[in-house]
Write a protein that binds this ligand. Structure first.
Ligand SMILES: Cc1ncc(COP(=O)(O)O)c(C=O)c1O
Length: 479
């Protein structure tokens, strides 16, 4: 850094620090998400005192340009344009059958093509892989357990893992016995079992709009209908819209993410979760709570699962280790509320049991403290990736692009001009070796043609930056 402080200027020294950091940002010497020089470094480089540098940084913080992170220093924040969040959708009050198969097939094929940069799929753990520690744990378990891990495990899951999970729920104020919990093959099986426990073919299910396409595929496969409840970019579904839909539609059950929604990334505050549960339980309607992103919050704490507010046992909570540790392990779980009997039976009928080796490994992984250590690092890595990707989208996408500001998780929801065609972008991007998730996947009524979901749950590398730049280029010229 060649800048110098000019003591003769009519400007306080701390203001010169502010100006200097802004210049470094403009000249891209310091980029969004990067750490600023430490107080000590800058003080010695500029020949001014540490308190003066601190005063400059505090001013930058007050201006919303940088943020202090606990015991880590100051970081350059993403600059948001005013009113750049996705807009509010009207409530479309008619249930529709879901027909997503062909686009979903293309989407999954694309994700698994070799050499494709997977910005379409949400695999947050790739941002901070825990594979070494996990492998070590698995080796230990194999030695320890020997033959036992080759056998069928109990239908409801490996008892020590269930105990670990029950203990973790205690931390958020939910007291449950390990027996009240069922281990599943990932969150998807938990959702499938929960849905079949509370509804049947022909029933109307309320879903978020936009919603995770795995939920839509389930509804489609089970011959149910979906009614879409718009999601607010900040705090989950609009409860007033849900209330209106409940008054006019024969809604049999709801599937909502109370924690971090996918794809919007909004975070429902606890008071709203309580209100949601009350609204549904008053009417005797089950809530299937999709909490797979619950641990990946960027705020001060995770919210309390909606399960905590249930009085009648009508909440079924689904979660998994796919987003926090390893999707390939296929280990999730379900808290079935009052539907225990149906849920146990469905698990037995559908898949009998889940992998004992993987459950055992995860149980040891939690017990050793590795899980929490890794979670902490993962949240930080994801938050940093979010800032970087938001900045890139704002820099390279066409003017007027709106971007969500996820409160956790691993995806950005991007809304383009009405004329944009993201299904076309999906095809064009594939030819450039990039997969994205086109917006229509997230709605049973094919809304969101002008939207896309981009994952920042990746190991950050120059290819990612280049890919976002290329997507912007494609949008400007072809889509
Ligand atoms: C919101 C949401 N729920 C559930 C799932 C399924 O999770 P799993 O991979 O554990 O089956 C996913 C996976 O992408 C998801 O995004």
């Amino acid at each position: 850094m060649s800048a110098v402080i000019q003591r003769e200027l009519d400007e306080f020294l701390y203001q010169q620090v502010v100006r200097l950091i802004r210049q470094m940002q403009q000249q891209q010497l310091l980029r969004t998400g990067e750490r600023l020089p430490s107080l000590r470094q800058l003080s010695s480089q500029l020949g001014i005192s540490i308190p003066t540098v601190r005063q400059g940084y505090e001013e930058l913080e007050r201006l919303g340009l940088i943020e202090a992170r606990d015991r880590s220093g100051y970081y350059l924040k993403v600059q948001r344009q005013p009113e750049c969040r996705p807009g509010r959708l009207p409530l479309s009050n008619t249930p529709v059958p879901v027909r997503q198969q062909s686009l979903l097939e293309q989407f999954y094929q694309a994700v698994h093509q070799p050499g494709i940069l997977p910005l379409g799929i949400a695999q947050p753990s790739m941002a901070q892989p825990s594979e070494k520690a996990l492998l070590r744990t698995m080796r230990r378990v194999t030695t320890l357990a020997g033959q036992q891990v080759m056998h069928y495990g109990p239908i409801d899951g490996f008892a020590p893992l269930k105990r670990q999970l029950a203990l973790r729920y205690l931390d958020v104020g939910l007291s449950l016995q390990p027996d009240e919990l069922l281990i599943t093959n990932g969150g998807q099986e938990a959702l499938a079992i929960a849905l079949q426990a509370v509804a049947k073919a022909g029933d109307v299910i309320a879903v978020e709009s936009p919603t995770y396409f795995g939920v839509l595929e389930l509804i489609e496969t089970l011959g149910m209908l979906a009614v879409e409840i718009p999601v607010c970019p900040d705090d989950g579904i609009w409860l007033a819209d849900l209330e209106q839909a409940l008054g006019s539609q024969p809604i049999k059950a709801c599937i909502f993410s109370t924690a971090i929604s996918n794809p919007m990334g909004s975070f429902m505050p606890d008071a709203q979760r309580a209100e949601l549960v009350q609204m549904l339980e008053q009417r005797g309607i089950p809530l299937i709570e999709d909490d797979v992103y619950g641990e990946l919050y960027f705020g001060a704490a995770r919210g309390r699962p909606a399960q905590c507010f249930s009085r009648k046992g009508l909440v079924l909570t689904c979660s998994s280790f796919s987003k926090t540790v390893a999707p390939s392990y296929r280990v999730g779980w379900l808290l079935p509320g009052r539907y225990g009997r149906q849920v146990w039976r469905l698990k037995r009928a559908l898949s009998f049991a889940s992998s004992l080796l993987n459950q055992w490994t995860l149980s040891e992984f939690i017990a050793s403290g590795e899980y929490d250590r890794n979670l902490k690092k993962l949240r930080l890595a994801l938050k940093l990736n979010k800032e970087r990707m938001m900045a890139l989208v704002q820099q390279h996408f066409p003017a007027g692009t709106r971007v969500s500001n996820p409160q956790g998780g691993a995806v950005l929801w991007i809304e383009l001009a009405k004329s944009a065609d993201c299904s076309l972008l999906f095809q064009q991007a594939l030819q450039h070796g990039i997969s994205i998730a086109p917006g229509t996947l997230f709605s049973p009524s094919q809304k969101f043609r002008n939207c896309l979901r981009l994952s920042f749950g990746v190991r950050w590398q120059p290819e990612v930056e280049l890919a976002v730049q290329q997507l912007g280029q494609l949008l400007r010229t072809r889509c």
